[in-house]
Design a protein around this ligand. Structure first.
Ligand SMILES: *[C@@H]1O[C@H](CO)[C@@H](O)[C@H](O)[C@H]1NC(C)=O
Ligand SMILES: *[C@@H]1O[C@H](CO)[C@@H](O)[C@H](O)[C@H]1NC(C)=O
Ligand SMILES: *[C@@H]1O[C@H](CO)[C@@H](O)[C@H](O)[C@H]1NC(C)=O
Length: 227
């Protein structure tokens, strides 16, 4: 079962002469994440603060088991994290993908945006950047993720997201090699309705602004191969 989370946080703007109305909306019922975003806004934080705090709450709570540490391990049994944040005022974007060892992926995404001229850092480079910026390096593995991984191995590595490889990925674990083109198995694939982000959060505007702003940070996780 694939589980996804989308959180929207909207701060609606009425006509410029009116005060804006902050609004936090979740598409999934992660109330603590909503509350964390709301609380950040109410205590004078920026829209970015609200997005980061809300997403970070889900990282700590491992919302649905697909956000944060200990989630869906990859083929090597490791949990790695992805996150993206955007500031619509400036159109700056910060993102990390395949982030290792750091639990607060959304915080690292924001650091990429604010402390580098890059848009995205990935893998070990992203982790080293995070460590140098003061993020704590920790094991993202949990007993649950170890168990998911060992069950996956026991089940002949199913579900398996390989295709056109041998040995037959529906029956056997790898290592795999590509099947020569003329012999490729034309397995039918269909779109998965859950195949979107796991936690997305949008804010339009800021309660302190009189102009329109758009912020679209999306946190993408953690479904690399399992779950
Ligand atoms: C939400 O926060 C409350 C209070 O901190 C906590 O007791 C509860 O376990 C949290 N919910 C989840 C799903 O983690
Ligand atoms: C994880 O498993 C180890 C042994 O397999 C056990 O000692 C430990 O208490 C477990 N941790 C949790 C949080 O269940
Ligand atoms: C939006 O408003 C802020 C002040 O609230 C101002 O600093 C910023 O320049 C404005 N942005 C635009 C695009 O007008």
């Amino acid at each position: 079962m694939w589980i996804w989370l989308l959180i929207l946080t909207l701060s609606l703007h009425l006509a410029p002469e009116h005060a804006s109305v902050p609004l936090v909306i979740n598409t999934w019922p992660f109330k603590n994440a909503t509350a964390a975003a709301w609380s950040a806004l109410q205590s004078g934080g920026s829209v970015l603060d609200a997005v980061e705090k809300g997403c970070a709450r889900c990282e700590v709570e491992q919302c649905d088991g697909t956000v944060g540490y200990g989630g869906s391990p990859d083929e090597a049994g490791e949990t790695t994290l992805d996150a993206l944040i955007m500031n619509g005022d400036t159109m700056e974007v910060g993102a990390v993908a395949n982030l290792r060892r750091i639990k607060n992926a959304i915080g690292v995404a924001r650091a990429v945006m604010e402390l580098t001229e890059h848009t995205m850092l990935v893998g070990e480079s992203a982790s080293l950047f995070a460590e140098r910026m003061g993020f704590t390096a920790e094991d993202l593995t949990t007993n649950k993720s170890i168990n998911i991984f060992s069950q996956w191995l026991k089940g002949n590595c199913q579900p398996n997201y390989r295709k056109n490889v041998y040995p037959d990925p529906s029956k056997y674990c790898g290592p795999y090699k590509p099947v020569p083109v003329q012999h490729q198995n034309k397995r039918a694939t269909s779109a998965n309705e859950h195949a979107h982000d796991t936690i997305g959060r949008c804010l339009s505007g800021n309660k302190n602004d009189n102009n329109r702003t758009l912020l679209l940070p999306i946190q993408l996780s953690y479904f690399k191969h399992l779950k």
